[in-house]
Design a protein around this ligand. Structure first.
Ligand SMILES: Nc1ncnc2c1ncn2[C@@H]1O[C@H](COP(=O)(O)OP(=O)(O)OP(=O)(O)O)[C@@H](O)[C@H]1O
Ligand SMILES: [Mg+2]
Length: 201
């Protein structure tokens, strides 16, 4: 009856316990599915609760660490391998790396999981027509017109995760509602503590 349990409200999480261990939030999904949007909100919610986070965004890393890579399969695999390596270093030092990367291949995600260990795969499962309608960067339009090649979802595959820890559809719900769902699942799985110690509030 406190009014804090509305469906869109992002639930608070408890502060880090003394034995807190870092873990990786790995957000995978089609272009324009919502990875960067959700990753940014997650970071902004976790930091005030006392967690150290780092957003590892595919676009940003392509401007630096992966600036030499293209969009062929080998390049996409190498990109994911590099991001996973950085995420591993962060997670083992008590940071929560939030990876927002299309990461279209199941084998790359499995390799990232094996590299990092403590790993929460979040499938941002926005259907392709919705992603195309959003077309945040205009890439679908350019791919459909033939101007752009190797576009995931158009002429490059996206392998749907078979067993992600969390799935969010994002359709008909606000980004805050999607983040609330993700945080609840992370708490249920014991990667983050609930507010008020062991009680769910
Ligand atoms: N529930 C939701 N969750 C996330 N994004 C949403 C939601 N509802 C609407 N959106 C909108 O969808 C768009 C998602 O764009 P965003 O850049 O986050 O996608 P992305 O997955 O990072 O794409 P890319 O792989 O091209 O970087 C934004 O404009 C966002 O406002
Ligand atoms: Mg993005």
């Amino acid at each position: 009856m406190t009014g804090s349990e509305t469906s869109d409200a992002v639930p608070p999480v408890g502060p880090p316990r003394p034995d807190f261990e870092g873990f990786c939030l790995w957000m995978t999904g089609l272009p324009s599915s919502g990875k960067t949007t959700l990753g940014g909100i997650l970071r902004d919610r976790l930091r005030p609760s006392g967690y150290r986070t780092e957003l590892l965004d595919g676009d940003e890393i392509r401007r630096g660490l992966s600036a030499d890579l293209g969009f062929d399969r080998k390049s996409r695999e190498a990109h994911a391998t590099r991001v996973a390596f950085v995420a591993k270093l962060l997670a083992r030092n008590g940071v929560i790396p939030i990876v927002t990367l299309i990461s279209p291949y199941a084998s790359s995600r499995a390799a990232a999981r094996a590299t990092i260990g403590r790993f929460v795969e979040v499938y941002v499962a926005t259907p392709l027509p919705v992603c195309e309608a959003r077309d945040v960067k205009g890439l679908y339009r350019r791919a459909r017109s033939g101007e752009l090649r190797e576009m995931t979802g158009v002429d490059d595959p996206f392998e749907v995760p078979s067993d992600p820890e969390v799935t969010v559809r994002t359709v008909g719900e606000t980004p805050d509602a999607s983040v609330a769902h993700i945080l609840r699942e992370i708490v249920v799985r014991g990667f983050l503590p609930p507010p008020n110690g062991d009680r769910s509030g």
